[in-house]
Design a protein around this ligand. Structure first.
Ligand code: SAM
Length: 276
């Protein structure tokens, strides 16, 4: 798949106007609680594969630019090697949660609010650029990724689920709206697009239980999926029933994920200016 194929595949994910018009609340956006819990689970003592690829390229006292930072799960665990983390996000609420998490962890951070790559010109360059679980939000992947590369002195690391993060909801869309959902793009497509851009990308896939994040209350987990499905609040019981065993409590929080969802890390090194 090339960049145009990506744009076309992403277009297939658009929801029909009739479903959106009837939605009582916006189905878009990310609950802060979900990404706060992800950030709280992400510690320097429990680095993920993607965290380790980022750490390996960081000089002591280096800098990290985290695009789509959420509450900071991709970058805050790197703090023992960092002098500064810059978090970019289009959501004001996510950025304020990121600052709160950084304060708790005693890390120096800066934040930049806006959509990448539109805000890229206002962003500093960093040793490592991290971008976890954002790719499937991006309709136009080529300029997004080229701006990541242009802002890294050493390495770019992206992490994503192997399938689109809502692909697992296909049966729910069918049950509640008789709507078929697409299967692509997927992580293989991310890699293909990056290679067509001339990036020397490496990839690694693994199943990483326990880092998805979740909700303190069962009803909040159900309500999130119900909003995503563009349904009224009075359908929560139906949504919970349809989720079945996917709605689980792992002892720490309520999650609404399929039990096994491989996570893919892709990373590439950036040749320092002037290098042969
Ligand atoms: C699924 S969350 C991932 C958060 C975090 N990276 C993590 O792994 O926990 C995606 C985040 O990217 C942000 N986002 C999505 N598209 C963006 C864009 N084009 N520019 C900046 N932020 C974006 C969202 O607001 C959200 O906070």
């Amino acid at each position: 798949m090339d960049a145009e194929g990506w744009r076309n595949a992403m277009r297939d994910w658009a929801l029909p106007d009739a479903i959106l018009a009837a939605a009582p609340e916006s189905p878009w956006g990310f609950p802060v609680e979900l990404f706060r819990s992800r950030a709280e689970l992400a510690t320097p003592g429990g680095l993920t594969f993607a965290n380790r690829r980022a750490r390996d390229a960081l000089p002591d006292g280096g800098t990290v630019l985290d695009i789509g930072v959420g509450a900071g799960a991709a970058s805050l665990p790197l703090r023992p090697r960092c002098s500064l983390i810059i978090g970019v996000d289009s959501s004001k609420q996510q950025l304020s949660e990121f600052r709160r998490q950084a304060h708790r962890a005693n890390v120096t951070v800066r934040t930049l609010m806006g959509e990448w790559p539109a805000v890229a010109r206002r962003s500093p360059v960093a040793d490592v650029v991290a971008c976890n679980h954002v790719a499937y939000n991006i309709a136009d992947l080529a300029p997004f990724v080229l701006a990541l590369t242009a802002h890294a002195r050493r390495r770019v690391v992206m992490e994503m689920t192997s399938r689109h993060p809502t692909a697992w909801m296909a049966d729910l869309w069918w049950q509640f709206h008789a709507l078929k959902r697409p299967a692509r793009p997927d992580a293989n497509d991310v890699v293909s697009v990056l290679r067509t851009l001339g990036l020397n990308v490496r990839r690694h896939a693994e199943v990483t239980p326990g880092r998805a994040g979740g909700f303190a209350h069962r009803e909040d987990a159900v309500a999130w999926i119900r909003r995503r499905l563009c349904l009224e609040a009075n359908r929560d019981a139906d949504v919970a029933a349809a989720l079945g065993e996917r709605l689980t409590n792992d002892g720490a929080c309520w999650t609404v994920r399929p039990p096994v969802e491989p996570v893919v890390t892709v990373w590439w090194d950036v040749r320092p200016e002037g290098a042969e």
